[in-house]
Design a protein around this ligand. Structure first.
Ligand SMILES: Cc1cc2nc3c(=O)[nH]c(=O)nc-3n(C[C@H](O)[C@H](O)[C@H](O)COP(=O)(O)OP(=O)(O)OC[C@H]3O[C@@H](n4cnc5c(N)ncnc54)[C@H](O)[C@@H]3O)c2cc1C
Length: 386
């Protein structure tokens, strides 16, 4: 409270303009702390938002995916994704797309493990006869897969629409987005953060949110905060044209041991070797060998007969050692708030991850979005690495 009774708004600086940063920034711009709304500035190093991992995903929501605490975030995000606020987006963000997981005869153990894990998360999972799987995805080679699991309640996500919705909401609430604004230093002065940008400009924040993706530990070091042990892992993807008129509605097909996957995308297929190559934080580029590996594996399992790569890319999926996210205040310095380790699920969990950041900043506890969700908060807080 300032002299004269004016309530001063809390200031938050959110670092990173990928899906984690924009969801946290938007959620923070909606909460009230000590009787005032939060004044949010989002800073992004690049000249465009979503330039790194967020702009390079496969855009799929799969309930049966990721570490357990992360699965709870996916469940908590469903309400927002199914029924986004009309003020933020005027079209649906989800479009149903089944997931078909397939296996060769020698991998019954993997199938049983997958089914047990999957059924604990999504009752819409069941094994189907391989003939039915081939009706759903005709290029599946009859002499390759012997078992198939169908997961319903999976969706294409409109990633651009979701990201834009958060940015629109942030701006509507008076928040600011700064592009080409790499943070190069952070210091506590008189109980607040001074955040220094590359051009020397200084921003002030009561709270700093670290949503820097692959650079999460680098950004923490700038603030004198110990790392949580983030490991960026490169994943490769490419597009190839479809020879089929009706493939756009087919399921995403994945190998049970996650060696490759194929996802119909309009008149093309998005393909990946599902690789996880450890990397430094960087602007990731695809390696020819990884594209070739994917082509070989997919051509072995299907009759897609991939010969042409229309475009290829790579992105960094960033993991902690337990492959759960790190969301919440740093124990030794609670004004430094983590929102990192999004791994392979940062899009499908974004509404809940951002909301959890805001709840923990505003009230210290998960709020209404998590009321019916069995949220494993200790499995998300940074405290587990301290
Ligand atoms: C091939 C592939 C397929 C995927 N498929 C899916 C999927 O189907 N479903 C799903 O949910 N997820 C998927 N993912 C994962 C998902 O894309 C990520 O979890 C998510 O995008 C991570 O978002 P982020 O905001 O944490 O990181 P990013 O999008 O990388 O954003 C971090 C931002 O921080 C900025 N930054 C870093 N340092 C600074 C600094 N010092 N100052 C200012 N800004 C800084 C960076 O420039 C960057 O823009 C996939 C990923 C890949 C690569």
């Amino acid at each position: 409270m300032a002299a004269g009774g004016t309530v001063l708004a809390m200031r938050a600086v959110v670092i990173g303009g990928g899906i984690a940063g924009v969801s946290a920034a938007h959620a923070l711009s909606e909460v009230v702390v000590d009787g005032a709304s939060v004044d949010v500035t989002l800073v992004e190093a690049e000249k465009a938002l979503a330039h790194h991992t967020t702009g390079r995903s496969a855009a799929q929501l799969i309930l049966n995916y990721g570490a357990d605490p992360v699965r709870a975030l996916t469940r908590a995000s469903l309400g927002f994704l199914h029924r986004p606020p009309e003020s933020l987006v005027d079209h649906p963000l989800l479009d149903a797309r089944d997931v078909l997981t397939v296996a060769t005869a020698d991998r019954n153990d993997s199938v049983e493990r997958f089914l047990a894990e999957g059924l604990a998360t999504n009752p819409e999972i069941r094994e189907i006869p391989i003939a039915d799987a081939r009706e759903l995805f005709p290029p599946l080679r009859p002499d390759w897969a012997t078992r198939a699991i169908l997961e319903r309640d999976s969706y294409d996500i409109d990633v651009g629409g979701l990201h834009q919705a958060f940015v629109r909401g942030l701006r509507a609430n008076g928040g600011t987005v700064r592009l080409t604004a790499p943070v190069v230093g952070m210091e506590r002065r008189s109980g607040r953060w001074t955040v220094t940008l590359a051009d020397g400009e200084e921003l002030t924040g009561d709270v700093v949110v670290n949503a820097a993706g692959a650079w999460g530990d680098v950004v923490a070091a700038l603030a004198g905060i110990a790392p949580v042990g983030l490991q960026p892992m490169r994943r490769t993807a490419f597009m190839t044209p479809s020879r089929y008129d009706d493939s756009s509605g087919w399921p995403l097909v994945a190998d049970v041991d996650h060696n490759w996957y194929v996802k119909p995308d309009g008149s093309q297929f998005l393909c990946s070797p599902a690789d996880e190559q450890p990397s430094e934080p960087c602007d990731a580029r695809p390696e020819e060998i990884d594209v070739a590996l994917a082509i070989d594996r997919i051509n072995t399992a299907t009759t897609l007969d991939i010969r042409h790569v229309a475009s290829s890319w790579a992105g960094l999926r960033t993991f902690t050692t337990d492959r759960s996210m790190v969301i919440g205040p740093e124990p030794a310095e609670p004004s430094f708030v983590w929102c990192v380790g999004q791994g392979g699920t940062g899009i499908q969990t974004a509404p809940a991850a951002g909301r959890l950041v805001a709840d923990l900043v505003a009230g210290g506890e998960p709020g209404a979005m998590f009321a019916d969700i069995d949220l494993d908060l200790p499995g998300l807080l940074p405290d587990r690495f301290r």
